[in-house]
Design a protein around this ligand. Structure first.
Ligand code: TC6
Length: 699
């Protein structure tokens, strides 16, 4: 298939790349560009060349689907070098996004013309690799090392105006892009070639101190990641080496990244996050309902945070509370959140007022009668939820979508209290709801397809990662959290200190350990949950020591003491000998002889517990894909993205090994909590992976 075609405009040849959806640099595009360059170099009827793209965007990068397959010539770095070496001027005409290899092609061109809405960037770091087609050498030369390192390490999409100020774009046109590029090309004919790779960098200001500063500034957000350090080394090479040597160094470091398992994991996440909106039974043709106005029940932290998501994208919200005081307090918290953003320079005072103008407070359910979607975020008991939904059933207009933000409760039971269960579903936001990207969309038994489709689209509108889950206790995320927390807590009663458990999981890549997390969320929340469950339904050995802490008033960070203690006004957890004394007493009571537990064992038990529960969820059809579970864990629970989520991590260990480990734990710790998921057993015995399962069950 021809993906690069040529048309003549006077003596300028316009090459148009047409490789939907995003004009990625598949083999045919590289081959097309390269053979066209060879032919045009000696074509006497051509003075100059424009590279433009059909469809929605300029080249958005290498073809990620080709990663992992044996590379085919011509390789992208050679194509970019070939373009740059042309004696005839080559101009890139950029619309949409010129990303990764796309920007590298543009940097190989001698001029770049763009439309105002265009963006450029080198997002390879998000895929575990680095810009390996000269991007790390050419961008520092044209934009300066400081701008280049910012773009390469953040992977952000830089707007055309900013790119213009960096020198990356030469001209922004508000007219016809290709015509403007042709005009630039015609003007360049006869002038000396203008090659990015020949620009000299003044290395003086970019010595070891500069790079030490860069390393320090990104240390926190790049903890555990392999590629960022290699990106920095590439820019160091750009500053200190001639182009050819720098390109060689870039190649070596690119290969190191490409071979590292993190690259595969991050690329898995890229596709996983694009799979989530493929839902069985839902197509483009499935009708959608219009969401022009949203109602929120409850102006607490959760309700206010949820409401902000809608206001932020221009959807007005009516918030309901029972008492005026609570309503005022809730709206005040929302305002303070916006004011904090304004103080950081992210919003103007006018924008804050504009956003607040989207909110209407009310004490009356009747004021929700014109809402298209109503989300309740009230206290987590079935009795209260049922009361709220009875009221909603009374006041909501026909066709309004009614959603519960419950984290655990049975959405089918909630739906059944209404006369319109087809309009009901769960929309489970994560706290803080205005910040956290994950949204679990809970498809209840009777939820109508158009209701689900509307909410899947809506998640994108409010910039959430919306994953569809089935009805079960805790849905995907919290259901998996429970055995993970149990194993962490058991490790403590068996011999590990809380800070050792936390350190083990932090070093694995979690943003914080489960003990710190429990203190932050409030240790009493789990306590109340267990009280409701009854002792026969959970592992008492794991939690009796925690319950003793709560009963002694140690409810967590909010009261300055929980599993750890906290100095006044300081959120740093500090080990507390009083807590250790409780733990040791409880261990003795249970007849447990405390023994140190190696960090690897703690991690292994917690991870196996997560994976096994994930496999149960998948086998029961409560998640459509293993990769959906990965998306939930990475976006909602801080699971290290570079490990690709718990299910991908299981695939890297091998499901045979995972299954064997779970059987070993069953032997060692007893069968009550260590029952392998039937799906895990089946896949392990068939020599398959979760990725195989997803492929075979696609759609
Ligand atoms: C690189 O260049 C390395 C160079 C060094 C070499 C030595 N390849 O995101 P959307 C698909 S690394 C293949 O929903 P949007 C995507 O899977 C690359 N496929 O759309 C989806 O397919 P589906 C550096 C790709 O409008 C469809 O296109 N570049 C690629 O919200 C639409 O995608 C990047 O990392 C690709 N490169 O956003 C850019 N890109 O419909 C990655 C997309 O079958 N891409 N697809 O599910 C993006 O950031 C965004 O896709 C976007 C468009 C901003 C281009």
């Amino acid at each position: 298939m021809t993906t690069v075609s040529k048309t003549m405009h006077g003596r300028v040849a316009v090459l148009t790349v047409d490789n939907p959806p995003v004009n990625a640099l598949s083999h045919s595009v590289r081959d097309g560009l390269s053979s066209q360059m060879t032919a045009l170099a000696s074509d006497d009827s051509v003075d100059a060349i424009v590279i433009a793209c059909a469809g929605r965007t300029f080249i958005a990068g290498a073809d990620i689907r080709e990663f992992g397959a044996p590379p085919k010539e011509p390789h992208l770095p050679d194509v970019v070098n070939q373009i740059e070496a042309m004696e005839k001027p080559v101009v890139a005409a950029i619309h949409g996004t010129a990303l990764g290899g796309g920007l590298e092609v543009a940097l190989g061109c001698h001029y770049r013309v763009a439309v105002e809405s265009a963006k450029v960037g080198l997002p390879e770091v998000h895929l575990g690799i680095l810009p390996g087609a000269g991007g790390t050498q050419r961008l520092p030369r044209i934009a300066g090392p400081a701008n280049a390192i910012d773009a390469i390490l953040s992977g952000r999409h830089v707007k055309a105006r900013e790119a213009l100020s960096w020198g990356v774009i030469d001209e922004i046109t508000d007219g016809d892009l290709v015509e403007a590029a042709i005009a630039t090309a015609e003007k360049a004919v006869g002038k000396a070639p203008r090659r990015t790779g020949e620009i000299e960098i003044d290395g003086e200001a970019f010595g070891p101190e500069f790079f030490a500063g860069v390393r320090k500034s990104v240390a926190k957000q790049t903890r555990g990641y392999f590629a960022p350090e290699r990106c920095i080394q590439c820019v160091e090479a750009a500053v200190s080496m001639p182009l050819a040597e720098g390109l060689k160094r870039e190649r070596e470091l690119f290969q190191e990244c490409a071979k590292n398992p993190q690259a595969k994991a991050l690329q898995h996440m890229f596709f996983a996050e694009r799979q989530i909106s493929r839902i069985p039974g839902i197509t483009k043709e499935t009708p959608r309902r219009d969401i022009k106005k949203v109602g929120i029940i409850g102006a607490g932290t959760m309700g206010g945070g949820i409401a902000m998501n809608f206001a932020n994208v221009g959807i007005p919200v009516t918030i309901l509370e029972v008492q005026q005081e609570a309503l005022d307090r809730g709206l005040d918290v929302v305002r303070k959140n916006y004011e904090r953003s304004a103080a950081k320079g992210k919003l103007t005072a006018e924008q804050v007022e504009g956003l607040m103008g989207q909110f209407t407070g009310t004490l009356s359910y009747d004021d929700l009668s014109d809402c298209d979607l109503i989300i309740e975020a009230v206290f987590e008991t079935m009795e209260i939820k049922k009361k709220v939904f009875t009221e909603l059933d009374r006041v909501a207009k026909p066709g309004a979508i009614l959603a519960s933000n419950t984290s655990y409760l049975d959405v089918d039971e909630i739906a059944a209290i209404t006369k319109r269960p087809e309009d009901v579903l769960g929309l489970h936001f994560f706290s803080p709801a205005n910040v956290m990207r994950l949204l679990e969309i809970v498809r209840a038994e009777k939820t109508a397809d158009d209701v689900l489709a509307t909410c899947v689209d809506l998640a994108k509108t409010i910039r959430k990662v919306g994953v569809v889950a089935g009805v079960c206790h805790g849905f995907i995320g919290n259901r998996m959290l429970s055995p993970y927390g149990r194993e962490a807590s058991l490790a403590v009663i068996e011999g590990a200190k809380p800070e050792e458990v936390d350190a083990a999981l932090y070093n694995f890549g979690m943003p914080m350990g489960p003990m710190t997390m429990s203190d932050m969320a409030g240790v009493d929340i789990g306590y109340l949950n267990r009280q409701g469950m009854g002792r026969e339904n959970y592992e008492t050995k794991a939690y009796d020591w925690v319950d003793r802490l709560v009963e002694a008033g140690r409810k967590g960070l909010k009261v300055g003491k929980g599993i750890y203690k906290y100095a006044e006004g300081d959120r740093t957890p500090q080990p507390d000998p009083e807590v250790m004394a409780v733990i040791e007493e409880e261990s003795a009571k249970l007849g447990i002889e405390r023994k140190p537990i190696p960090a690897e064992d703690i991690v292994e038990r917690c991870m196996m517990a997560l994976i096994n529960e994930g496999a149960k969820i998948l086998g029961e059809g409560k998640a459509y894909r293993a990769s959906d579970i990965d998306v939930v864990y990475v976006n909602g629970y801080g699971y290290p993205r570079y490990r690709g989520g718990p299910m991908h991590y299981a695939d890297t260990i091998g499901l045979k090994n995972v299954y064997a480990k779970i059987m070993e734990f069953q032997e060692k710790f007893g069968p009550r909590w260590w029952q392998p998921a039937p799906l895990l057993k089946e896949l392990a015995e068939a020599g398959k992976s979760f990725a195989d399962y997803d492929r075979e069950n696609a759609g």
